[in-house]
Design a protein around this ligand. Structure first.
Ligand SMILES: [Zn+2]
Length: 385
């Protein structure tokens, strides 16, 4: 049995689709049938977008339709400039003009009261743009069928590199494309940004367990606890007035490594990892040890906080000590007074050697020396002048 191909088979038709009357009327006996008709339309010629359910009169006497729905061409409506004025042109993701050109093409779908069939009024004539052109294909959004194809691949676990390979066209396929072709594969139009958007859509759907960030984090904590993780999500002592909070994470596997590798560790901070509930910057701290089997770094625990002070670090280290039997002797840090202070406060009863990272130390020396020398040299130049 042949396996289904993972290649994207959707093509955009480049021959004009015209009919004797506008609108043309179609009727479907099976209520599901019209949806597959719409889906096939989506895939080949016009990008239909669902606009609204048209409300019906409440009283049975006045009501004409059981239900009625409106779909529009994605070029319908007035042009809108959605480019962010506050962003520099280089950073803008939306660089082109609006695709809205007041196109009147639309589909009205309805079921008349007392009727069993679904009727479609297909207003197929497009205004101010021509779907049968390459320029239009380039300007239009990806049809829903293409978006669904991308979403399905992301959900199956393929990463952007594999998806790019799936849509890569062979030289034979590319050689078939001439000015006279009557359809083009959508593979040619999918960009890296489209793949990124699909992975982002999945991340949004699977990462946010609730629309409320606080509730979402709590649900994550419960889910991780059930999997055997040691976790905490608490306000930061000493930072209550600034809405400080910390998220502390240590998996079952990491916890089992702490007694073996926890004696000599490295505390590393990453700034600006993501945005918090109030759109504030978030900081990630990692406790890292050297794996004696692989010789590589292995993270033992993580802490995420919305404040850069020593308070969250003190809380994190104390939590690791009580919850995960963390009892270090040597901790290496960047050239950071905040981290050194947090270690001293969290382990005030222990003797801990604090090592400063050689690279960060040299960087601090370098900056400090240049600053001093530069100021001294400027003084000499000023005096000479
Ligand atoms: Zn149109």
């Amino acid at each position: 049995m042949a396996l289904p191909s993972l290649k994207l088979a959707i093509r955009h038709i480049l021959t004009p689709q015209t009919y004797p009357t506008n609108p043309r009327k179609l009727t479907f006996e099976d209520p599901d049938e019209w949806e597959s008709w719409l889906a096939s339309e989506c895939a080949v010629y016009t990008n239909w977008r669902f606009k609204k359910d048209i409300p019906q009169a409440q009283s049975n006497r006045k009501r004409k339709f059981e239900w009625k729905r409106l779909y529009e061409c994605d070029h319908a409506g007035s042009p809108r400039d959605r480019r962010d004025e506050n962003l520099s042109p280089k950073k803008r993701r939306k660089t082109g003009p609006s695709i809205k050109v007041r196109c009147n093409a639309k589909i009205e779908v309805y079921q008349l009261v007392g009727s069993n069939v679904v009727t479609v009024d297909h207003y197929w004539q497009h205004n101010n743009h021509d779907p049968a052109t390459l320029v239009n294909m380039k300007m239009s959004r990806n049809p829903d069928a293409v978006r669904h194809w991308l979403d399905a691949r992301v959900h199956e676990g393929f990463d952007s590199k594999v998806i790019k390979a799936m849509i890569r066209m062979t030289s034979e396929e590319l050689a078939e494309i001439t000015k006279e072709v009557d359809s083009l594969p959508y593979s040619i139009k999918i960009s890296a940004q489209d793949i990124y958007n699909a992975t982002k859509r999945k991340a949004m759907a699977t990462t946010y367990l609730s629309p409320d960030p606080d509730e979402s984090i709590r649900l994550w904590m419960d889910a991780l606890r059930k999997k055997g993780w040691t976790v905490a999500y608490e306000p930061t002592p000493g930072e209550e007035s600034r809405q400080g909070f910390t998220i502390q994470l240590c998996s079952k596997w990491q916890k089992s490594l702490i007694p073996h590798y926890g004696e000599t560790v490295c505390l590393d901070s990453t700034h600006n990892t993501c945005k918090g509930p109030l759109r504030e910057k978030m900081f990630l701290s990692t406790i890292l040890a050297r794996d004696r089997v692989t010789g590589k770094g292995v993270p033992l625990a993580w802490m995420i906080t919305n404040l850069e002070s020593h308070y969250p670090l003190v809380q994190f280290l104390k939590w690791l000590r009580t919850e995960c039997s963390f009892s270090p002797r040597t901790i290496m840090i960047d050239c950071s007074d905040t981290e050194a202070l947090a270690i001293k406060l969290a382990f005030s009863d222990l003797i801990i050697s604090i090592l400063f990272c050689y690279w960060h130390l040299w960087e601090a020396w370098d900056v400090g020396l240049w600053y001093t020398v530069d100021r001294y040299m400027r003084g000499i130049v000023d005096r000479i002048q």
